[in-house]
Design a protein around this ligand. Structure first.
Ligand SMILES: NC(=O)C1=CN([C@@H]2O[C@H](COP(=O)(O)OP(=O)(O)OC[C@H]3O[C@@H](n4cnc5c(N)ncnc54)[C@H](OP(=O)(O)O)[C@@H]3O)[C@@H](O)[C@H]2O)C=CC1
Ligand SMILES: CC(=O)N[C@@H](CCC(=O)OP(=O)(O)O)C(=O)O
Length: 339
């Protein structure tokens, strides 16, 4: 059995990981942790998340920095479901031992530190870790993920967007003169558990935010290889992301070509489900799947692709678990998909 610690275990992504690790056939959850001065320190997982009421024995430990080295040497796997700053500050020490570290924050997803500082608002100084970090888009980078001890788990919107767009870009099917346009709606869990007016029940409606300036734009662009227009929206539901993506295809590409392409790329990938109709968020909520469907207008050469994921699962925790499975030598789907 592999020993696991989850830091940030009281948050939405961390609690989802608690669920996944405690049901994983080859993992033992040794530590669930929060920040040193957390109000939740000492409480159990059952106290903070009702759906984990059966896990009253798992107590949230406050994590003081002097314990980082001990974790690095005693754990096989460390999941960081923490704010970007905490992940950035702690990665060097956490990754200095035998443990493989999977960071769900955005701290290690952008290799360009100037772009990072512009979008995250603080300077990146963990250069060695950044150089080592592999972008954990599990369907694409499985070989590199297997070899590393630092995985930067992709953001939720980038996961939905890249799984839809990468096959087209990599196959040279996109007209380079027209940027892909990504309009995506996320449930409020994407904003994390801390109370705020923007995410309070009475305030949330359906609204664009971060227009032409969201930090996921450079993440999508750098891992896709071409500029995009990305507009996120906050929706009045709990879980899931639906990304509707419009692209202009190069001449000679129509419905048949896209059908063949997606089948070739994802036919053997159990987490990506190619659907016969446009997916709904409810089809993927609380699951590890990404559902894709597309339609081409043969006359204009435009195509619309929709990509649906659960932001807390494929957009965070279950993708982190896919990556952990790969580094430990299991199938990416271990503990996530049966049958
Ligand atoms: N929610 C989502 O859909 C997604 C989230 N992510 C990323 O995953 C990470 C966690 O997100 P999410 O679960 O939504 O966030 P939450 O706000 O729900 O949870 C954050 C967790 O981190 C803990 N924490 C906060 N500050 C520190 C610190 N300095 N040291 C240690 N622990 C700390 C919090 O507990 P406490 O403050 O009590 O210590 C809590 O357990 C973030 O980086 C987020 O950007 C990525 C993809 C999707
Ligand atoms: C609805 C909502 O607020 N979503 C979050 C994205 C969540 C996510 O993927 O986060 P990281 O890139 O921080 O890991 C946002 O737009 O900031």
């Amino acid at each position: 059995m592999f020993n696991v610690a989850i830091i940030g275990a009281s948050g939405y992504a961390g609690a989802q990981l608690v669920s996944l690790v405690t049901t994983h056939p080859h993992m033992t959850l040794q530590h669930v942790m929060v920040s040193e001065n957390s109000q939740d320190a000492g409480k159990s997982m059952a106290d903070v998340h009702g759906n984990l009421a059966h896990l009253g024995h798992l107590k949230l430990e406050p994590l003081a920095t002097h314990r980082l080295a001990e974790l690095a040497n005693s754990m096989d796997v460390i999941f960081l479901a923490t704010p970007h700053e905490a992940s950035h500050d702690w990665m060097a020490e956490l990754s200095s031992g035998a443990a493989k570290v999977f960071d769900l924050s955005g701290a290690f997803r952008l290799k360009d530190t100037a772009v990072f500082e512009q979008f995250y608002g603080f300077a990146h100084t963990a250069t060695e870790c950044l150089n080592k970090a592999v972008y954990g888009l599990a369907e694409y980078n499985s070989e590199a993920i297997r070899q590393t001890n630092i995985v930067a788990v992709p953001g939720c919107y980038p996961t939905a967007s890249l799984l839809a767009l990468k096959p087209l870009f990599d196959a040279g099917m996109l007209d380079p003169s027209v940027r892909p346009v990504i309009n995506a709606v996320s449930g409020v869990s994407g904003a994390g558990r801390k109370a705020s007016l923007t995410t309070s029940f009475y305030e949330v409606s359906l609204q664009a935010y971060g227009v032409l300036g969201h930090r996921h734009t450079p993440e999508i662009e750098s891992h896709l290889g071409t500029p995009v227009i990305f507009t996120p929206h906050l929706g009045n539901f709990k879980r899931g992301i639906l990304a509707t993506i419009t692209v202009k295809l190069n001449a000679g590409n129509g419905q048949d070509e896209l059908d063949n392409l997606y089948r070739t790329v994802y036919g053997e990938q159990p987490i990506v489900r190619l659907r016969d109709s446009f997916p709904k968020i409810d089809d993927v909520a609380y699951t590890p799947f990404c559902d894709l469907h597309w339609k081409v207008d043969e006359q204009s050469g435009y195509a619309v692709i929709t990509s649906a994921i659960d932001n807390v699962m494929k957009g965070a925790a279950s993708q982190a678990m896919q990556c952990a499975n790969l580094t430990l030598g299991f199938a990416a789907t271990e503990g996530l998909v049966n049958g």
